[in-house]
Design a protein around this ligand. Structure first.
Ligand code: IVH
Length: 697
C-alpha cells in the first residue's frame, strides 16, 4: 500500500507534526490526516505499528482540535469521521448489488478431486489455476465504494438484502473510509468480506463478561455477528473487530480511466484491494496449478490452524481466472468456480446424563452438564459449564437429551443446543436447587443478576475455592500446592482458611501417604517464598469480587499499605483507573468487613507483604524504556522471576510481538512468537543465558 519512499515521507511528516500544538492551514491538516491514516494502516492492516499509542492519540487530538475550529475543513474520510452517534431505530434493510451466494462444501480430498474434474470438464481445460485462501469464521459483510468513498456497509441478511450497518463498519479501523479506486478506473465497487474478532480480543471480551458473572459469548463467530448489530457505535469500536476483504462482486468503470487489469484474476483483485489499503488475504492466499497442490496447501493450513490469531473453519478454493469463473457460472445456490474445504468439525453429539451444581469462591452456583465422554478436536469432553439458570431455560435442556457440543480452538466447550427431535419422552427436567448443595444455606439472587449465590461466607466449598485461588499461578503462585492438596488438607482438618497455609502442621503431613521428605521440603520452600510476592498478587489472590489482575495492580499502586483501603470512600475508589461503580462497591464492602481486616492483619503478622510496591517501579534502571517478551520454556529461571528481573531494571513486559518489542528472550521450544520476531529486524533475540548476562550488567 505505502511504498518505501512514501513510508519515509510519512514518517518524516509524523516527526514534524508530533511537536505541534495547533494546525496552521488546510495543507497541514491534510498532511495530518494522511499521517493518521498511514499509522492506522500500519497498526490495523499490517499489524506492525510505527508509532506509540500515546503519540497516535496526541496526533488524533490535534486533528480533532483543528477540525473543531475549522468545521469547513472536515472531510468525510477524516479519521475523526468514524465516530458516530448511536441508533435508536432499527437498521434499514438494503439490497445487495449482486446476491451474496453461499459456497458448496467439501470435506476431503475425494470431494476436491471430484469438483476439480467437473470444473475442468466444463471449462475444457486440462489443468486449472486456483487461488486458495482461508475460510474466515466470522460474519460476512458487503461494502460499496462510490467515487472513492465508502458509501455503504451491509450484513449478508438473506443473501439478497441485508441490514445497513455503515456506522458500525466505520468502527472497524482496518476498513478505509476512502480508497483510490477512481485512479484504477473504477467508479463504483462492491466488495465482500468477513468481520471477525481475533482470539485474543474474544478472550478479553469474555474475561470482562466473566468478571461481571455473565455467561461468555459462545465463539468468535457469534461475537462478530452480534457486534455488528449493536446500536451503539462506541461499543462496537470497543470490541476491536477486524475485517478481511476477499471478493469483488461488482464494478462500474469510471468514464475517464481505463479499468485496471488486476481485476482479471482473483489473486489480482486481492492484490488490488491490498494496494488500496484493505486488509485482504494476500499473504495468506496461494495461487497453485492443479488440484493436488490445492489439497496439500489445505492440509498444511489445517495443521497450523491453532497457531493463527483468529479462527478459520476451512479453506476456500477459487478458480483464479475471472473470465473462466464467468464461463463456469453458478447453480441457484452457489458458484461453480469456488468451493469451501471444511476442516474437521469441532462439534459432536452426546447425551446429557446429569447436571452438577458447583459452588465458586464467591458463592456463585454454576450448573455443570455431565455428558457421555466424547472426543472433540483432540480432547475428550465430559463436563461442560452451563453458566447459570437462564442458559438452561434458553436452551430448553433436559436430562437425557442428545446435545450438540462444540469446542472451537482454545475456547472452552459449550452446548450449542439440544436436539429436541430425538426426545423419546424419557427425559427429565433439570431442577435448579433452592439451597446450597454444600452447606444447605438458602440461595440468593439479586433481581439484576443472572447468578444464584450461597451467601454463607464460611461455606466449605467457598473456603476451599478461595484457598485454591490464593495459591494459584497468577496469585501467590505457590508451586506444588495445587487443588488436590488444598482439598486434602481441608478435609483432614489441617487447613481452614488462607492464613492456615502458613501454619500447616507439617509434622502430621509427613505421615500422609504420598508425601515424601523431598516434596514436603519443596512445598515448605514454595510457601515461604510466596510471602515475598508483590502486593498486587496478594490483592488478586484475595478473590475480591470483580477485582481481576489489572485492577489488583491499580490498587497496589494506589496505597502505601493495603489496610489504607479501610479509609477509602466509594468516591475515592471510583476515581481510580478502570474502577466502575460495581468494582468500587465491592472493594469498599471487602475492606469494611471485620473478619477480612483480621485476616489481613494475621497475614502480615505471618510475614506477607502488605506494603505497597508503589516505590518499586524503576524509571531510571539500566533497561528503562526497553520492552521484553519471554517465550518457550526457560530452564534456569521461572517465567515470573525473569519478568520481575527485567522489571527491576526498568524494563517493561509486553504481551505480543510487534515492532514495539525490543528483546525477545527465547527458551526451549519457542514457537510462533520466535518465527514472527525473526521477521522484524529491530527485535533483538536473546537466549536465557544472554538475558541473565544482560541483567547482571
Ligand atoms: S468467497 C461467491 N472467500 O463463507 C463467493 N467466502 O459458506 C463468495 N467466507 O458466505 C464467498 N472466508 O461469508 C469467500 N475467503 C473467503 C471466505 C468466505 C469466509 C464465508 C462467506 C461465505 C461463506 C460461504
Amino acid at each position: 500500500m505505502f511504498s518505501a519512499v512514501e513510508t519515509r515521507e510519512l514518517q518524516s511528516l509524523t516527526n514534524q507534526l508530533l511537536p505541534k500544538k495547533t494546525i496552521e492551514n488546510e495543507q497541514e491538516l491534510n498532511d495530518l490526516r494522511a499521517v493518521l491514516r498511514f499509522h492506522e494502516h500500519r497498526y490495523y492492516v499490517m499489524a506492525d505499528p510505527l508509532l506509540a499509542d500515546k503519540e497516535y492519540d496526541d496526533l488524533y487530538k490535534l486533528l480533532e482540535k483543528a477540525e473543531a475550529s475549522h468545521p469547513d475543513w472536515i472531510r468525510p474520510d477524516s479519521p475523526t469521521q468514524r465516530v458516530a452517534k448511536g441508533l435508536n431505530s432499527n437498521f434499514e434493510n438494503v439490497q445487495h448489488l449482486v446476491p451474496m451466494l453461499s459456497l458448496e462444501n467439501s470435506y476431503n480430498a475425494e470431494d476436491l478431486l471430484d469438483w476439480d474434474r467437473k470444473a475442468r470438464e466444463l471449462s475444457g481445460k486440462e489443468e486449472l489455476e486456483y487461488c486458495v485462501e482461508p475460510k474466515f469464521d466470522g460474519a460476512s459483510i458487503s461494502l460499496i465504494y462510490e467515487n472513492d468513498y465508502l458509501s455503504r456497509g451491509a450484513t449478508r441478511g438473506d443473501g439478497v438484502s441485508g441490514d445497513d450497518i455503515t456506522t458500525n463498519i466505520k468502527q472497524i479501523k482496518s476498513v478505509p473510509l476512502s480508497a483510490g479506486f477512481l485512479a484504477k478506473g473504477i467508479q463504483q465497487i462492491e466488495i465482500r468480506g468477513e468481520v471477525l474478532l481475533n482470539k485474543a480480543n474474544f478472550k478479553k471480551y469474555n474475561d470482562q463478561l466473566a468478571q461481571q458473572n455473565l455467561p461468555p459469548l459462545a465463539n468468535p463467530r457469534n461475537a462478530a455477528a452480534g457486534s455488528l448489530r449493536i446500536k451503539d457505535p462506541k461499543e462496537v469500536a470497543n470490541r476491536n473487530l477486524e475485517a478481511f476483504l476477499y471478493h469483488v462482486s461488482y464494478t462500474v468503470p469510471s468514464a475517464s480511466q481505463e479499468m485496471t487489469t488486476q481485476l482479471q484474476s482473483h489473486s489480482g483483485s486481492l492484490e488490488l484491494l491490498w494496494e488500496l489499503g484493505f486488509k485482504s488475504p494476500v499473504k495468506e492466499k496461494k495461487v497453485v496449478k492443479g488440484i493436488q497442490a490445492v489439497i496439500d496447501y489445505c492440509e498444511a493450513y489445517e495443521a497450523g490452524r491453532d497457531d493463527l490469531p483468529y479462527e478459520i473453519d476451512g479453506m476456500v478454493i477459487k478458480v483464479n481466472d475471472i473470465q473462466l469463473q464467468e464461463q463456469l457460472g453458478m447453480t441457484s445456490h452457489h458458484p461453480r468456480w469456488a468451493i469451501a474445504f471444511k476442516f474437521k468439525a469441532r462439534q459432536a453429539t452426546s447425551k446429557l446424563i446429569g447436571v452438577e451444581f458447583q459452588v465458586g469462591r464467591t458463592g456463585s452456583i454454576t450448573p455443570v452438564a455431565k455428558i457421555t465422554p466424547v472426543p472433540i478436536g483432540g480432547v475428550t469432553v465430559s463436563s461442560i459449564s452451563l453458566f447459570n439458570e437462564e442458559v438452561i431455560k434458553e436452551k430448553n435442556l433436559m436430562i437425557g437429551d442428545t446435545v450438540l457440543v462444540e469446542r472451537a480452538g482454545d475456547v472452552i466447550p459449550y452446548i450449542v443446543k439440544s436436539l429436541d427431535e430425538l426426545r423419546d419422552g424419557g427425559e427429565t427436567a433439570i431442577v435448579f436447587p433452592k439451597n446450597c448443595p454444600i452447606c444447605n444455606s438458602a440461595l440468593e439472587k439479586p433481581e439484576e443478576e443472572a447468578v444464584w449465590r450461597c451467601g454463607n461466607d464460611e461455606c466449605p466449598a467457598q473456603v476451599v475455592e478461595r484457598i485454591i485461588h490464593f495459591t494459584s499461578k497468577d496469585a501467590l503462585d505457590i508451586r506444588g500446592f495445587g487443588e488436590a492438596n488444598v482439598r486434602k488438607f481441608y478435609e483432614k482438618g489441617y487447613l481452614h482458611n488462607i492464613p492456615g497455609i502458613y501454619e500447616l502442621p507439617f509434622d502430621t503431613i509427613r505421615g500422609l501417604d504420598g508425601f515424601g521428605e523431598k516434596s514436603i521440603i519443596k512445598l515448605q520452600e514454595a510457601i515461604e517464598q510466596s510471602k515475598q510476592q508483590p502486593l498486587h498478587r496478594l490483592i488478586f489472590g484475595l478473590g475480591i469480587r470483580y477485582v481481576g489482575e489489572t485492577t489488583a495492580k491499580v490498587l497496589a499502586q494506589t496505597v502505601e499499605h493495603l489496610l489504607d483501603f479501610k479509609n477509602f470512600t466509594v468516591e475515592q475508589l471510583l476515581a481510580l483507573e478502570d474502577v466502575g461503580p460495581k468494582v468500587a462497591n465491592s472493594i469498599y464492602q471487602y475492606f469494611h468487613k471485620e473478619s477480612h481486616i483480621q485476616m489481613l492483619e494475621q497475614l502480615e503478622a505471618l510475614g506477607l507483604q502488605l506494603k505497597s510496591t508503589k516505590q518499586s517501579v524503576v524509571t531510571d534502571g539500566a533497561l528503562s524504556g526497553k520492552t521484553f517478551l519471554f517465550t518457550g520454556t526457560l530452564t534456569t529461571l521461572k517465567r515470573s522471576e525473569a519478568e520481575a528481573l527485567a522489571e527491576s531494571k526498568g524494563g517493561k513486559i509486553v504481551s505480543g510481538v510487534s515492532s514495539k518489542l525490543n528483546y525477545l528472550v527465547t527458551g526451549e521450544d519457542a514457537g510462533s512468537k520466535l518465527e514472527k520476531a525473526k521477521k522484524i529486524p529491530s527485535i533483538q533475540l536473546l537466549s536465557e543465558a544472554e538475558f541473565i548476562k544482560m541483567i547482571n550488567g
